[in-house]
Design a protein. Structure first.
Lengths: 185, 254
C-alpha cells in the first residue's frame, strides 16, 4: 500500500502515455463512458468494467475527471490492476490526472451486470448470474444453471468456488463440458 | 474506556479474526484434500483478508499515529492481536477445518447482519459488502457439515470429533465483554443476547440436520483471544505471516 517515489524513468513513461496532440477538453461524458467500455476486466476479459457494473459514476467538467469504482469482492486482487488499466486508458485519451475513488456503498451486486454483459459472458463460456441476488435464501435449495455451451439444464455444481472469487464451478451432464458460473451476489 | 477506544478495540477484533482465519486457510494451498476445496478455501481466505484490510484501514485512521493497515497486520505481536481463539486453531483434518469455519461463519454472519445497520456509516458500508461474502461462506460450510455429519460412518465420526474438539472455543464467540456492550449501546455491534440466541439457534438447526450432537452451552470455555491472551498457536502463525515484512521492512513490492 506504500507508494514508491517515482523515479525519472517512471515520469518519462507517464508523460509518454499522454499523446502530445490529445484534446481531452473536447471529450463528452458519453465519450468517456465509451472509452471505459473498452477497458476489459483482466480476469474475465469477455466483458468491460462498465458492463460488469464496477464503474459507478463519472464527473467531468472538461478538465477534471473523477471516477467512482466499486470492488466486486472485498479482497478482489484485480481491483488495483483495474484501477491501473482505467488510468492508462484515460491517459491515452489525454486525461492526465483522473481521480479514482473507491466506493463500497451501495455494495456491488451481480444485478448490475448489463444485459449485453450477460450475453457476452455466455458467449465466452461463462454462465451469467441468474435471478435476483436479494431473493436468494441462506440455506435454500440450489438453483438450476443452464450450460453456456449447449443450453442444457442438466448441470451439477462441482464447487461453490471457481478460478476467481466471483465464479463457481459447474459441469454439464449432457455435453460433459465443465464451465464457470458467475456467482449471484 | 472511551467510546473511541472501544471502537478501535472492536475494529481490531474484527480485522484480526478475519486476518488470522484467512492466514490459516491459506495454509491449505497445495495441501487441501481436493482441488475444488483448495479453490474454495483460498477464495474464502481472500474475502476475509480483503475484509480485514477494510477494518484495519478504519482502525489505523482512528489510531492516527502514523500506522497504516499493513503496519497493524504485520508489526503487532501475539499479545496485541485480538482475534477469537477459534480462528487460530490448526486446520487439523478437513472435518476440523470445516467445523471451525462453520462455527465462525455463523458468528460472522449474525455479527455482520447487525453491523450493516450500524450507526457508524463507515462500518455499515464495509459490512454491507462483507455480508454478501459471509453469507456465501456460511452456505458452503453448513452444507459441508450436513454432508459429513449425515454421510458415511467415518465422515460422521470425524465431524462429530471436530465439533467436540472445537466446542471449548465457541463460548468466546457469544460471551460479551465491556467492549461488546459498549458497541451495542453505541448502536454499532449486535445485541449480545440476540447474537447468542441466533448463534445457538443456527448451530443446533444445522447440527440436527447433520445428525450431530453439539456441546452444552454451559460447558467450560477457553476465553481470552479478545484480550490478547492466546493459545500457543498464534505465535507460530504470526512468525510465518510476518516474517517477510519484518525482515525486509523497506520492501514495498513482494
Amino acid at each position: 500500500m506504500n507508494e514508491r517515489e517515482p523515479s525519472s524513468v517512471d515520469v518519462l513513461i507517464a508523460s509518454d502515455q499522454v499523446p502530445a496532440n490529445a484534446r481531452p477538453e473536447s471529450l463528452s461524458e458519453e465519450a468517456i463512458w465509451a472509452l471505459l467500455d473498452n477497458v476489459k476486466d483482466p480476469e474475465v476479459p469477455a466483458i468491460s468494467v462498465v458492463e460488469l457494473g464496477i464503474v459507478r459514476r463519472l464527473s467531468w467538467d472538461g478538465k477534471h475527471l473523477s471516477v467512482d469504482i466499486t470492488p466486486t469482492y472485498s479482497g478482489c486482487p484485480a481491483t488495483e490492476l483495474i484501477e491501473e488499466l482505467i488510468v492508462e486508458a484515460l491517459r491515452a485519451a489525454g486525461i492526465r490526472d483522473p481521480q479514482l475513488n473507491q466506493v463500497l456503498t451501495p455494495a456491488w451486486t451481480t444485478d448490475w451486470i448489463t444485459a449485453e454483459g450477460r450475453e457476452k459472458l455466455r458467449a465466452f463460456g461463462i454462465a451469467p448470474p441468474q435471478g435476483n441476488a436479494s431473493k436468494m435464501s441462506l440455506l435454500g435449495a440450489e438453483e438450476t444453471i443452464a450450460c453456456p455451451q449447449c443450453g442444457s439444464d442438466h448441470t451439477e455444481r462441482i464447487s461453490e468456488f471457481g478460478s476467481t472469487a466471483c465464479k463457481a464451478l459447474y459441469r454439464c451432464s449432457d455435453c460433459l463440458e465443465p464451465f464457470d458460473y458467475f456467482k449471484c451476489i | 474506556m472511551t467510546q473511541q477506544e472501544a471502537l478501535q478495540e472492536y475494529l481490531l477484533r474484527l480485522a484480526d479474526s478475519d486476518m488470522i482465519l484467512g492466514q490459516r486457510l491459506s495454509e491449505l494451498v497445495g495441501k487441501a484434500p481436493a482441488l475444488e476445496e483448495e479453490l474454495a478455501s483460498t477464495n474464502v481466505a481472500l474475502d476475509l483478508i480483503g475484509q480485514a484490510r477494510h477494518w484495519y484501514e478504519y482502525a489505523a485512521d482512528l489510531i492516527n499515529n502514523g500506522r497504516d493497515a499493513d503496519n497493524l497486520a504485520f508489526l503487532r505481536d501475539a499479545h496485541d492481536y485480538r482475534n477469537l481463539l477459534m480462528v487460530e486453531q490448526p486446520n487439523g483434518d478437513y472435518a476440523v477445518t470445516i467445523a471451525r469455519q462453520f462455527f465462525f461463519d455463523v458468528w460472522h454472519y449474525f455479527t455482520l447482519q447487525s453491523l450493516v445497520n450500524a450507526s457508524d456509516e463507515r462500518i455499515a458500508n464495509v459490512a454491507a459488502k462483507a455480508i454478501k461474502e459471509a453469507t456465501y461462506h456460511l452456505r458452503r460450510s453448513a452444507e459441508w457439515v450436513r454432508r459429513m455429519g449425515d454421510g458415511t460412518e467415518e465422515s460422521h465420526r470425524r465431524i462429530q470429533h471436530a465439533f467436540d474438539l472445537l466446542w471449548r472455543f465457541t463460548g468466546e464467540l457469544v460471551t460479551p465483554d465491556d467492549t461488546d456492550h459498549a458497541m451495542f449501546k453505541a448502536g454499532i455491534g449486535p445485541d449480545p443476547e440476540q447474537l447468542k440466541q441466533d448463534w445457538f439457534g443456527m448451530v443446533h438447526e444445522v447440527a440436527a440436520q447433520a445428525t450431530l450432537t453439539p456441546g452444552k452451552e454451559d460447558a467450560w470455555m477457553y476465553m481470552g483471544g479478545k484480550h490478547g491472551v492466546h493459545t500457543e498457536h498464534l505465535g507460530f502463525i504470526l512468525a510465518e505471516m510476518q516474517f517477510l515484512p519484518r525482515a525486509y521492512p523497506d520492501a514495498t513490492t513482494w
